[in-house]
Write a protein that binds this ligand. Structure first.
Ligand code: NAG
Ligand code: NAG
Ligand code: NAG
Length: 213
């Protein structure tokens, strides 16, 4: 290979890689948030929303809204917005309980709702637009409020049961394998025994016949 070819290969590789990394950019901005979250009445819950964008956030162009609605068809109320900085609209329903717990430098727009009430159930939507990324995106989080912690015992019981069943099966399989091995060995020995026995038999059978003749 010529010297140029040696140089070109890694160069082409790098170009391909950068093209691969670069292409999805500008196509869309991607938001990550859980589809549903469960919280226990009276506790604090963090609703996470992060985004991937090809462009670094510029405070003058960045736009974000967090909205709440009780049901799919209910009216949407904005409780957090961004206009060069975060603005908490302090809706009556949340008052001082809603706070921003993300970090814009890390593309994290998470919020924390303190002292969750049963009435806080509903759909929380995180809207993001990060110009010059052309697309606005959003993700919905369904918040469910439980009155008590889901029984953890069930899961531990399930784990114990699963582990015991798994262990038992492993032992059964091991025993079966040993039994099979032993049998095979025995069969091998038996086959040899039978061969010698049969040989003996034919010998034995042969002689009386010969004697009869
Ligand atoms: C929820 O918690 C609040 C206090 O944090 C309490 O007053 C209320 O009774 C609880 N509701 C239920 C249904 O457990
Ligand atoms: C929402 O409204 C649409 C029509 O406006 C209706 O078909 C749908 O059943 C409604 N959904 C709920 C959950 O009420
Ligand atoms: C947030 O809300 C404001 C006011 O309604 C709107 O102008 C802006 O486009 C919204 N931003 C996003 C990302 O939805």
């Amino acid at each position: 290979m010529s010297r140029e070819a040696w140089l070109m290969n890694p160069l082409l590789c790098l170009m391909g890689l950068s093209l691969f990394l670069w292409v999805p950019c500008g196509w869309s901005m991607e938001i990550t948030a859980p589809a549903s979250v469960q919280a226990i009445n009276g506790t604090d819950i963090r609703l996470s929303c992060t985004f991937l964008s090809c462009y670094k956030v510029n405070h003058k162009q960045f736009s974000m809204n967090w909205t709440y609605r009780e049901c799919e068809n209910c009216t949407e109320e904005t409780f957090f917005t961004f206009q060069q900085k975060f603005i908490n609209l302090k809706l009556d329903r949340f008052k001082e309980r809603m706070e921003f717990s993300g970090n814009l430098n890390k593309n994290d727009l998470s919020i924390t709702l303190q002292d969750v009430k049963l009435d806080d159930e509903g759909i929380y939507t995180c809207y993001v637009m990060n110009l010059p990324d052309r697309y606005r995106d959003h993700k919905k989080i369904l918040l469910q409020v439980l009155t008590e912690a889901p029984p953890e015992r069930d899961s531990t019981v399930a784990v114990i049961v699963g582990a015991s069943v798994g262990g038992f099966l492993a032992v059964v399989i091991l025993v079966l394998m040993i039994v099979k091995c032993v049998r095979r060995k025995k069969q091998g020995l038996n086959a040899e025994d039978q061969k010698t026995e049969e040989e003996g038999k034919t010998d034995g059978e042969g002689s009386p016949e010969e004697g009869a003749k």
